[in-house]
Write a protein that binds this ligand. Structure first.
Ligand code: SF4
Ligand code: SF4
Length: 480
Protein backbone atom coordinates (compact mmCIF):
# COMPACT_ATOMS: atom_id res chain seq x y z
CA UNK A 1 0.00 0.00 0.00
CA UNK A 2 0.85 3.46 -0.56
CA UNK A 3 2.24 6.96 -2.59
CA UNK A 4 4.31 6.79 -5.64
CA UNK A 5 6.56 9.46 -7.12
CA UNK A 6 5.23 11.13 -10.21
CA UNK A 7 8.70 11.92 -11.55
CA UNK A 8 11.82 9.87 -11.01
CA UNK A 9 14.59 12.37 -10.42
CA UNK A 10 18.03 11.69 -11.93
CA UNK A 11 19.61 10.73 -8.62
CA UNK A 12 16.96 8.05 -8.24
CA UNK A 13 18.14 6.11 -11.26
CA UNK A 14 18.76 2.61 -10.07
CA UNK A 15 22.40 1.82 -9.58
CA UNK A 16 21.70 -1.77 -8.76
CA UNK A 17 20.28 -2.91 -12.06
CA UNK A 18 23.04 -5.41 -12.71
CA UNK A 19 22.77 -7.00 -9.34
CA UNK A 20 20.48 -9.87 -8.64
CA UNK A 21 18.62 -9.08 -5.46
CA UNK A 22 16.25 -11.96 -6.12
CA UNK A 23 17.69 -14.89 -8.02
CA UNK A 24 14.60 -16.85 -9.07
CA UNK A 25 16.50 -19.76 -10.60
CA UNK A 26 18.52 -20.24 -7.42
CA UNK A 27 15.35 -20.27 -5.29
CA UNK A 28 13.70 -22.89 -7.51
CA UNK A 29 16.82 -25.08 -7.35
CA UNK A 30 16.92 -24.78 -3.56
CA UNK A 31 13.23 -25.72 -3.27
CA UNK A 32 13.71 -28.67 -5.57
CA UNK A 33 16.59 -29.93 -3.42
CA UNK A 34 14.57 -29.11 -0.28
CA UNK A 35 11.81 -31.49 -1.33
CA UNK A 36 14.31 -34.35 -1.43
CA UNK A 37 15.81 -33.66 2.04
CA UNK A 38 15.63 -36.50 4.57
CA UNK A 39 14.54 -36.38 8.20
CA UNK A 40 18.11 -36.29 9.55
CA UNK A 41 18.97 -33.30 7.43
CA UNK A 42 15.83 -31.45 8.52
CA UNK A 43 16.56 -32.12 12.19
CA UNK A 44 20.16 -30.99 11.73
CA UNK A 45 18.97 -27.67 10.23
CA UNK A 46 16.56 -27.05 13.11
CA UNK A 47 19.34 -27.74 15.61
CA UNK A 48 21.68 -25.41 13.74
CA UNK A 49 19.04 -22.67 13.80
CA UNK A 50 19.13 -22.73 17.60
CA UNK A 51 22.59 -21.13 17.38
CA UNK A 52 20.68 -17.97 16.29
CA UNK A 53 22.97 -17.25 13.38
CA UNK A 54 20.28 -17.68 10.75
CA UNK A 55 19.99 -20.17 7.91
CA UNK A 56 21.26 -20.27 4.36
CA UNK A 57 18.74 -20.00 1.56
CA UNK A 58 19.14 -23.73 0.85
CA UNK A 59 18.46 -24.62 4.50
CA UNK A 60 15.45 -22.29 4.59
CA UNK A 61 14.09 -24.01 1.48
CA UNK A 62 14.38 -27.42 3.12
CA UNK A 63 12.27 -26.30 6.07
CA UNK A 64 9.68 -24.63 3.86
CA UNK A 65 9.07 -28.02 2.22
CA UNK A 66 8.07 -29.69 5.52
CA UNK A 67 4.40 -28.73 5.40
CA UNK A 68 3.29 -32.38 5.22
CA UNK A 69 5.32 -33.36 8.32
CA UNK A 70 3.40 -32.52 11.54
CA UNK A 71 6.32 -33.55 13.76
CA UNK A 72 8.73 -31.26 11.92
CA UNK A 73 6.21 -28.42 12.20
CA UNK A 74 6.10 -28.86 15.99
CA UNK A 75 9.90 -28.89 16.15
CA UNK A 76 10.18 -25.74 14.02
CA UNK A 77 7.62 -23.90 16.18
CA UNK A 78 9.34 -24.93 19.40
CA UNK A 79 12.70 -23.77 18.04
CA UNK A 80 11.09 -20.49 16.93
CA UNK A 81 9.75 -19.91 20.43
CA UNK A 82 13.14 -20.53 22.00
CA UNK A 83 14.99 -18.28 19.56
CA UNK A 84 12.51 -15.43 19.94
CA UNK A 85 12.65 -15.61 23.74
CA UNK A 86 16.44 -15.80 23.81
CA UNK A 87 16.70 -12.68 21.64
CA UNK A 88 13.74 -10.54 22.74
CA UNK A 89 12.50 -12.19 25.91
CA UNK A 90 8.79 -12.82 26.42
CA UNK A 91 7.63 -9.40 25.29
CA UNK A 92 5.15 -8.80 22.47
CA UNK A 93 5.04 -5.25 21.14
CA UNK A 94 1.64 -3.77 20.27
CA UNK A 95 0.69 -1.38 17.49
CA UNK A 96 -2.38 -0.32 15.51
CA UNK A 97 -2.73 0.62 11.84
CA UNK A 98 -4.14 4.03 10.94
CA UNK A 99 -5.54 4.33 7.42
CA UNK A 100 -5.49 7.99 6.40
CA UNK A 101 -6.88 7.60 2.88
CA UNK A 102 -8.16 5.10 0.33
CA UNK A 103 -7.49 7.04 -2.88
CA UNK A 104 -5.20 4.98 -5.09
CA UNK A 105 -3.85 5.16 -8.62
CA UNK A 106 -3.01 1.44 -8.70
CA UNK A 107 -5.16 -1.51 -9.56
CA UNK A 108 -3.87 -4.42 -7.46
CA UNK A 109 -6.14 -7.40 -8.08
CA UNK A 110 -6.44 -8.25 -4.37
CA UNK A 111 -7.12 -4.85 -2.76
CA UNK A 112 -10.46 -3.14 -2.16
CA UNK A 113 -8.79 0.24 -2.57
CA UNK A 114 -7.88 -0.53 -6.20
CA UNK A 115 -8.61 2.23 -8.69
CA UNK A 116 -11.30 0.28 -10.56
CA UNK A 117 -13.37 -0.51 -7.49
CA UNK A 118 -16.01 1.99 -8.47
CA UNK A 119 -18.43 1.21 -5.66
CA UNK A 120 -16.01 2.40 -3.00
CA UNK A 121 -16.46 5.80 -1.42
CA UNK A 122 -13.06 7.52 -1.63
CA UNK A 123 -11.86 9.51 1.26
CA UNK A 124 -8.76 11.22 2.64
CA UNK A 125 -8.86 12.23 6.28
CA UNK A 126 -8.54 15.93 7.07
CA UNK A 127 -6.08 16.96 9.83
CA UNK A 128 -9.04 17.29 12.20
CA UNK A 129 -10.27 13.79 11.34
CA UNK A 130 -6.78 12.35 11.82
CA UNK A 131 -6.57 14.02 15.21
CA UNK A 132 -9.88 12.42 16.23
CA UNK A 133 -8.73 8.97 15.11
CA UNK A 134 -5.46 9.32 17.00
CA UNK A 135 -7.23 10.50 20.15
CA UNK A 136 -9.38 7.37 20.05
CA UNK A 137 -6.29 5.16 19.69
CA UNK A 138 -4.55 7.04 22.50
CA UNK A 139 -7.59 6.53 24.71
CA UNK A 140 -7.19 2.79 24.18
CA UNK A 141 -3.54 2.94 25.26
CA UNK A 142 -1.71 2.70 21.93
CA UNK A 143 1.72 4.37 21.70
CA UNK A 144 2.85 3.05 18.33
CA UNK A 145 0.98 3.40 15.03
CA UNK A 146 1.46 2.22 11.48
CA UNK A 147 0.25 4.97 9.14
CA UNK A 148 -1.13 3.55 5.88
CA UNK A 149 -2.25 5.37 2.75
CA UNK A 150 -3.17 4.52 -0.82
CA UNK A 151 -0.84 5.52 -3.65
CA UNK A 152 -1.51 9.13 -4.65
CA UNK A 153 0.68 11.87 -6.15
CA UNK A 154 0.10 14.00 -3.04
CA UNK A 155 3.14 13.03 -1.00
CA UNK A 156 3.02 16.21 1.10
CA UNK A 157 -0.27 15.15 2.70
CA UNK A 158 1.53 12.11 4.12
CA UNK A 159 4.09 14.36 5.78
CA UNK A 160 1.36 16.59 7.19
CA UNK A 161 -0.49 13.55 8.49
CA UNK A 162 2.65 12.35 10.29
CA UNK A 163 3.10 15.74 11.95
CA UNK A 164 -0.56 15.74 13.00
CA UNK A 165 -0.25 12.28 14.57
CA UNK A 166 2.84 13.21 16.58
CA UNK A 167 1.23 16.48 17.71
CA UNK A 168 -1.96 14.84 19.00
CA UNK A 169 -2.15 14.47 22.78
CA UNK A 170 -5.17 13.37 24.77
CA UNK A 171 -5.00 13.07 28.56
CA UNK A 172 -1.98 10.82 29.29
CA UNK A 173 -1.96 9.67 25.69
CA UNK A 174 0.64 10.26 23.04
CA UNK A 175 1.89 8.43 19.99
CA UNK A 176 5.61 7.95 20.44
CA UNK A 177 6.45 6.19 17.22
CA UNK A 178 4.80 6.25 13.80
CA UNK A 179 5.85 3.63 11.30
CA UNK A 180 4.69 4.20 7.75
CA UNK A 181 3.44 1.98 4.96
CA UNK A 182 3.60 4.13 1.81
CA UNK A 183 4.31 3.46 -1.85
CA UNK A 184 8.02 3.47 -2.69
CA UNK A 185 9.33 7.03 -2.22
CA UNK A 186 12.13 8.77 -4.08
CA UNK A 187 15.39 9.60 -2.33
CA UNK A 188 14.21 13.15 -1.62
CA UNK A 189 10.91 11.90 -0.26
CA UNK A 190 12.75 9.50 2.03
CA UNK A 191 14.77 12.44 3.36
CA UNK A 192 11.54 14.33 4.04
CA UNK A 193 10.08 11.34 5.87
CA UNK A 194 13.21 11.11 7.97
CA UNK A 195 13.01 14.82 8.80
CA UNK A 196 9.51 14.44 10.28
CA UNK A 197 10.61 11.46 12.37
CA UNK A 198 9.26 8.28 10.84
CA UNK A 199 9.92 5.09 12.75
CA UNK A 200 10.13 2.11 10.42
CA UNK A 201 9.51 2.41 6.69
CA UNK A 202 7.44 -0.59 5.62
CA UNK A 203 6.86 -1.79 2.07
CA UNK A 204 5.82 -5.26 0.93
CA UNK A 205 6.93 -6.66 -2.39
CA UNK A 206 3.59 -8.55 -2.23
CA UNK A 207 5.05 -11.34 -4.38
CA UNK A 208 8.66 -11.64 -5.49
CA UNK A 209 7.71 -13.82 -8.44
CA UNK A 210 8.05 -11.47 -11.39
CA UNK A 211 5.42 -12.89 -13.70
CA UNK A 212 2.87 -13.14 -10.91
CA UNK A 213 3.77 -9.63 -9.79
CA UNK A 214 3.11 -8.34 -13.30
CA UNK A 215 -0.26 -10.10 -13.38
CA UNK A 216 -1.34 -8.84 -9.93
CA UNK A 217 -0.33 -5.24 -10.67
CA UNK A 218 -1.56 -4.66 -14.21
CA UNK A 219 -1.07 -0.90 -14.37
CA UNK A 220 -0.29 2.22 -12.38
CA UNK A 221 3.15 2.96 -10.93
CA UNK A 222 3.08 -0.24 -8.90
CA UNK A 223 3.44 -2.23 -12.09
CA UNK A 224 7.15 -1.38 -11.93
CA UNK A 225 8.53 -4.44 -10.10
CA UNK A 226 12.08 -3.14 -9.95
CA UNK A 227 11.21 0.30 -8.56
CA UNK A 228 9.49 -1.47 -5.68
CA UNK A 229 12.20 -4.09 -5.20
CA UNK A 230 14.88 -1.43 -4.82
CA UNK A 231 12.92 0.78 -2.43
CA UNK A 232 14.94 -0.34 0.60
CA UNK A 233 18.17 0.49 -1.22
CA UNK A 234 16.89 4.05 -1.68
CA UNK A 235 15.85 4.14 1.98
CA UNK A 236 19.37 3.27 3.14
CA UNK A 237 20.89 5.69 0.66
CA UNK A 238 18.68 8.46 2.09
CA UNK A 239 19.67 7.61 5.67
CA UNK A 240 16.50 5.71 6.62
CA UNK A 241 18.03 2.61 8.15
CA UNK A 242 14.98 1.08 9.80
CA UNK A 243 12.97 -0.85 7.22
CA UNK A 244 10.39 -3.58 7.14
CA UNK A 245 9.62 -5.98 4.30
CA UNK A 246 6.90 -8.52 3.62
CA UNK A 247 4.88 -10.63 1.23
CA UNK A 248 1.17 -11.13 0.83
CA UNK A 249 0.76 -14.87 1.23
CA UNK A 250 -1.64 -16.40 -1.26
CA UNK A 251 -0.59 -14.54 -4.39
CA UNK A 252 1.90 -17.23 -5.40
CA UNK A 253 3.55 -20.40 -4.06
CA UNK A 254 4.33 -19.45 -0.46
CA UNK A 255 7.56 -21.47 -0.48
CA UNK A 256 8.96 -19.34 -3.28
CA UNK A 257 7.83 -16.04 -1.80
CA UNK A 258 9.08 -16.77 1.71
CA UNK A 259 12.43 -17.98 0.38
CA UNK A 260 12.65 -14.77 -1.68
CA UNK A 261 11.74 -12.68 1.36
CA UNK A 262 14.61 -14.30 3.24
CA UNK A 263 16.90 -13.74 0.24
CA UNK A 264 15.96 -10.05 0.18
CA UNK A 265 16.69 -9.75 3.90
CA UNK A 266 20.05 -11.45 3.48
CA UNK A 267 20.87 -9.14 0.57
CA UNK A 268 20.14 -6.02 2.66
CA UNK A 269 22.16 -7.37 5.57
CA UNK A 270 25.13 -8.19 3.35
CA UNK A 271 25.03 -4.94 1.42
CA UNK A 272 24.27 -2.45 4.22
CA UNK A 273 25.11 -4.40 7.37
CA UNK A 274 21.46 -3.96 8.39
CA UNK A 275 18.74 -6.47 7.68
CA UNK A 276 15.02 -5.71 7.86
CA UNK A 277 13.97 -4.58 11.33
CA UNK A 278 10.76 -6.50 10.85
CA UNK A 279 8.97 -8.69 8.35
CA UNK A 280 5.28 -9.31 7.89
CA UNK A 281 3.52 -12.21 6.17
CA UNK A 282 -0.21 -11.45 6.04
CA UNK A 283 -2.48 -14.01 4.42
CA UNK A 284 -4.84 -13.01 1.66
CA UNK A 285 -8.35 -12.26 2.97
CA UNK A 286 -11.65 -11.29 1.43
CA UNK A 287 -11.40 -7.85 -0.18
CA UNK A 288 -14.64 -6.56 -1.66
CA UNK A 289 -14.70 -5.30 -5.24
CA UNK A 290 -11.61 -7.23 -6.29
CA UNK A 291 -11.20 -9.80 -9.08
CA UNK A 292 -8.97 -12.08 -7.00
CA UNK A 293 -10.52 -12.23 -3.56
CA UNK A 294 -14.07 -11.10 -3.22
CA UNK A 295 -16.58 -13.40 -1.50
CA UNK A 296 -16.90 -15.59 -4.61
CA UNK A 297 -13.35 -15.82 -5.90
CA UNK A 298 -11.08 -16.08 -2.87
CA UNK A 299 -11.67 -19.75 -2.12
CA UNK A 300 -10.84 -20.73 -5.70
CA UNK A 301 -7.31 -19.42 -5.28
CA UNK A 302 -4.93 -22.38 -5.47
CA UNK A 303 -2.19 -20.52 -3.59
CA UNK A 304 -4.12 -20.05 -0.34
CA UNK A 305 -2.21 -21.49 2.62
CA UNK A 306 -3.59 -23.96 5.13
CA UNK A 307 -3.26 -23.04 8.80
CA UNK A 308 -0.36 -25.48 9.20
CA UNK A 309 1.45 -24.01 6.22
CA UNK A 310 1.01 -20.54 7.69
CA UNK A 311 2.41 -21.67 11.05
CA UNK A 312 5.34 -23.26 9.25
CA UNK A 313 6.05 -19.97 7.48
CA UNK A 314 6.09 -18.04 10.76
CA UNK A 315 8.39 -20.57 12.40
CA UNK A 316 10.78 -20.83 9.47
CA UNK A 317 11.18 -17.05 9.20
CA UNK A 318 12.15 -16.89 12.87
CA UNK A 319 14.76 -19.60 12.32
CA UNK A 320 16.11 -18.10 9.07
CA UNK A 321 16.19 -14.44 10.21
CA UNK A 322 16.45 -14.81 13.99
CA UNK A 323 17.06 -11.15 14.80
CA UNK A 324 14.20 -9.80 12.70
CA UNK A 325 10.94 -8.60 14.22
CA UNK A 326 8.04 -10.79 13.10
CA UNK A 327 4.63 -9.15 12.82
CA UNK A 328 1.28 -10.91 13.31
CA UNK A 329 -1.78 -8.96 12.23
CA UNK A 330 -5.50 -9.13 12.88
CA UNK A 331 -5.97 -10.92 9.56
CA UNK A 332 -5.55 -14.06 11.69
CA UNK A 333 -8.17 -15.47 14.05
CA UNK A 334 -7.84 -15.08 17.84
CA UNK A 335 -7.08 -18.82 18.12
CA UNK A 336 -4.30 -18.69 15.53
CA UNK A 337 -2.84 -15.59 17.13
CA UNK A 338 -2.86 -17.14 20.58
CA UNK A 339 -0.95 -20.15 19.27
CA UNK A 340 1.63 -18.04 17.47
CA UNK A 341 2.23 -15.69 20.41
CA UNK A 342 4.51 -18.50 21.55
CA UNK A 343 6.02 -19.41 18.21
CA UNK A 344 8.43 -16.68 17.22
CA UNK A 345 6.14 -13.68 16.73
CA UNK A 346 7.41 -10.45 18.31
CA UNK A 347 4.97 -7.70 17.23
CA UNK A 348 1.17 -7.75 17.08
CA UNK A 349 -1.50 -5.36 15.96
CA UNK A 350 -4.70 -5.19 18.00
CA UNK A 351 -8.02 -3.37 17.96
CA UNK A 352 -7.36 -2.70 14.27
CA UNK A 353 -9.67 -1.09 11.72
CA UNK A 354 -8.80 -1.17 8.02
CA UNK A 355 -11.50 1.36 7.11
CA UNK A 356 -10.49 4.98 6.63
CA UNK A 357 -11.86 6.74 9.70
CA UNK A 358 -12.82 3.36 11.16
CA UNK A 359 -11.89 4.08 14.77
CA UNK A 360 -14.65 6.61 15.07
CA UNK A 361 -17.72 4.42 15.55
CA UNK A 362 -20.31 6.93 14.37
CA UNK A 363 -18.17 7.51 11.33
CA UNK A 364 -17.48 3.88 10.49
CA UNK A 365 -18.28 2.76 6.96
CA UNK A 366 -17.98 -0.68 5.37
CA UNK A 367 -14.98 0.23 3.25
CA UNK A 368 -12.02 -1.73 4.61
CA UNK A 369 -9.00 -2.60 2.49
CA UNK A 370 -9.64 -6.25 3.38
CA UNK A 371 -11.52 -8.16 6.06
CA UNK A 372 -9.93 -8.92 9.39
CA UNK A 373 -10.48 -11.97 11.60
CA UNK A 374 -9.64 -10.62 15.05
CA UNK A 375 -11.95 -7.74 15.93
CA UNK A 376 -11.36 -7.85 19.68
CA UNK A 377 -10.59 -4.59 21.46
CA UNK A 378 -7.01 -3.93 22.55
CA UNK A 379 -7.70 -4.68 26.22
CA UNK A 380 -8.98 -8.16 25.40
CA UNK A 381 -5.92 -8.98 23.30
CA UNK A 382 -3.61 -7.60 26.00
CA UNK A 383 -5.30 -9.91 28.51
CA UNK A 384 -4.92 -12.78 26.08
CA UNK A 385 -1.19 -12.09 25.72
CA UNK A 386 -0.83 -12.12 29.51
CA UNK A 387 -2.67 -15.43 29.67
CA UNK A 388 -0.30 -16.85 27.07
CA UNK A 389 2.57 -16.20 29.50
CA UNK A 390 3.96 -13.23 27.59
CA UNK A 391 4.38 -9.62 28.56
CA UNK A 392 2.58 -6.94 26.51
CA UNK A 393 4.84 -4.04 25.52
CA UNK A 394 4.14 -0.53 24.24
CA UNK A 395 7.84 0.24 23.98
CA UNK A 396 9.19 2.74 21.47
CA UNK A 397 12.58 3.26 23.12
CA UNK A 398 15.13 2.26 20.49
CA UNK A 399 14.04 4.70 17.84
CA UNK A 400 13.96 7.52 20.39
CA UNK A 401 17.37 6.56 21.80
CA UNK A 402 18.89 6.41 18.33
CA UNK A 403 19.22 2.63 18.43
CA UNK A 404 18.46 2.01 14.75
CA UNK A 405 20.38 0.58 11.80
CA UNK A 406 23.74 -0.95 12.66
CA UNK A 407 23.44 0.08 16.32
CA UNK A 408 20.35 -2.02 16.90
CA UNK A 409 21.67 -4.85 14.71
CA UNK A 410 24.67 -5.07 17.06
CA UNK A 411 22.22 -5.67 19.91
CA UNK A 412 19.83 -7.91 17.99
CA UNK A 413 22.32 -10.31 16.48
CA UNK A 414 23.91 -11.44 19.77
CA UNK A 415 20.50 -11.31 21.48
CA UNK A 416 21.43 -8.62 24.01
CA UNK A 417 18.47 -6.46 22.97
CA UNK A 418 16.34 -8.28 25.53
CA UNK A 419 18.26 -6.42 28.24
CA UNK A 420 16.36 -3.36 26.97
CA UNK A 421 13.18 -5.03 25.72
CA UNK A 422 12.11 -6.63 28.97
CA UNK A 423 12.56 -3.66 31.33
CA UNK A 424 10.95 -1.38 28.75
CA UNK A 425 8.06 -3.81 28.34
CA UNK A 426 7.51 -3.76 32.11
CA UNK A 427 7.57 0.05 32.26
CA UNK A 428 5.22 0.58 29.33
CA UNK A 429 2.92 -2.22 30.42
CA UNK A 430 2.73 -0.65 33.88
CA UNK A 431 1.61 2.62 32.27
CA UNK A 432 -1.01 0.71 30.32
CA UNK A 433 -2.29 -1.07 33.42
CA UNK A 434 -2.58 2.16 35.38
CA UNK A 435 -4.07 4.35 32.65
CA UNK A 436 -6.16 2.13 30.38
CA UNK A 437 -6.65 -1.46 31.50
CA UNK A 438 -9.94 -2.98 32.61
CA UNK A 439 -10.01 -4.31 36.14
CA UNK A 440 -9.56 -7.95 35.13
CA UNK A 441 -6.65 -7.14 32.85
CA UNK A 442 -5.05 -4.98 35.55
CA UNK A 443 -5.17 -7.77 38.11
CA UNK A 444 -3.81 -10.41 35.75
CA UNK A 445 -1.26 -7.98 34.36
CA UNK A 446 0.14 -6.89 37.75
CA UNK A 447 0.80 -10.54 38.62
CA UNK A 448 2.54 -11.15 35.33
CA UNK A 449 4.56 -7.97 35.72
CA UNK A 450 5.77 -8.95 39.19
CA UNK A 451 6.82 -12.37 37.94
CA UNK A 452 8.73 -11.00 34.98
CA UNK A 453 10.44 -8.39 37.16
CA UNK A 454 11.96 -11.17 39.24
CA UNK A 455 13.53 -12.58 36.08
CA UNK A 456 15.65 -9.46 35.49
CA UNK A 457 19.32 -9.38 36.44
CA UNK A 458 19.82 -7.81 39.89
CA UNK A 459 20.99 -4.28 38.97
CA UNK A 460 18.44 -3.91 36.22
CA UNK A 461 15.72 -5.22 38.52
CA UNK A 462 16.60 -2.59 41.11
CA UNK A 463 16.57 0.26 38.58
CA UNK A 464 13.37 -0.98 36.94
CA UNK A 465 11.71 -1.24 40.35
CA UNK A 466 12.68 2.38 41.08
CA UNK A 467 11.20 3.49 37.76
CA UNK A 468 8.02 1.52 38.32
CA UNK A 469 7.61 3.42 41.60
CA UNK A 470 8.14 6.71 39.77
CA UNK A 471 5.36 5.72 37.37
CA UNK A 472 3.09 5.01 40.32
CA UNK A 473 3.92 8.48 41.60
CA UNK A 474 2.65 10.04 38.39
CA UNK A 475 5.66 10.21 36.07
CA UNK A 476 5.26 8.78 32.56
CA UNK A 477 7.35 7.78 29.58
CA UNK A 478 10.35 6.26 31.36
CA UNK A 479 12.57 3.98 29.31
CA UNK A 480 16.07 2.56 28.93
FE1 SF4 B 1 -1.87 -0.38 -2.05
FE2 SF4 B 1 -4.35 -1.25 -2.58
FE3 SF4 B 1 -3.39 0.81 -3.91
FE4 SF4 B 1 -2.48 -1.62 -4.38
S1 SF4 B 1 -4.56 -0.89 -4.78
S2 SF4 B 1 -1.24 0.20 -4.10
S3 SF4 B 1 -2.49 -2.54 -2.30
S4 SF4 B 1 -3.82 0.73 -1.71
FE1 SF4 C 1 11.66 -2.66 20.36
FE2 SF4 C 1 13.93 -1.57 21.28
FE3 SF4 C 1 11.74 -1.48 22.77
FE4 SF4 C 1 13.03 -3.79 22.40
S1 SF4 C 1 13.81 -2.00 23.49
S2 SF4 C 1 10.80 -3.45 22.28
S3 SF4 C 1 13.72 -3.57 20.26
S4 SF4 C 1 11.99 -0.49 20.78
Amino acid sequence: MCSHPVIKKPQDKIKWSNEKIIDEAFIWQALEAGRRAGTEQVKWIITKALEKKGLSLEETAVLLCQDQQPERLSEVLEAARRIKEEIYGKRLVFFAPLYIGNQCVNNCLYCAYRRDHRGLERRTLSPGEITRQVEILEDQGHKRLLMVAGDTPDFQSNLEALKTIYATRKNQGEIRRVNVNLAPPTLDQFRELKAVGIGTYQCFQETYHRMTYQYMHPDGPKADYFWRLTVMDRAFQAGVDDVSTGVLLGLFDYRFDVAALVMHGQYLDKRYGVGPHAVSVPRLRVAHGTPLCDDNTLEANKYLLSDDQFKLVVGVIRLALPYTGLILTTRETPAMRQELFNAGVSQVSAGSQTEVGGYNREDQRPAGQFEIEDRRPLDEVVRNVVESGNIPSFCTACYRKGRTGEVIMDLLKPGTIKNYCLPNALLTFKEYLMDYASRGTREAGEKQLAGQLMGLEENMRAETTRRLERLENGERDLYF
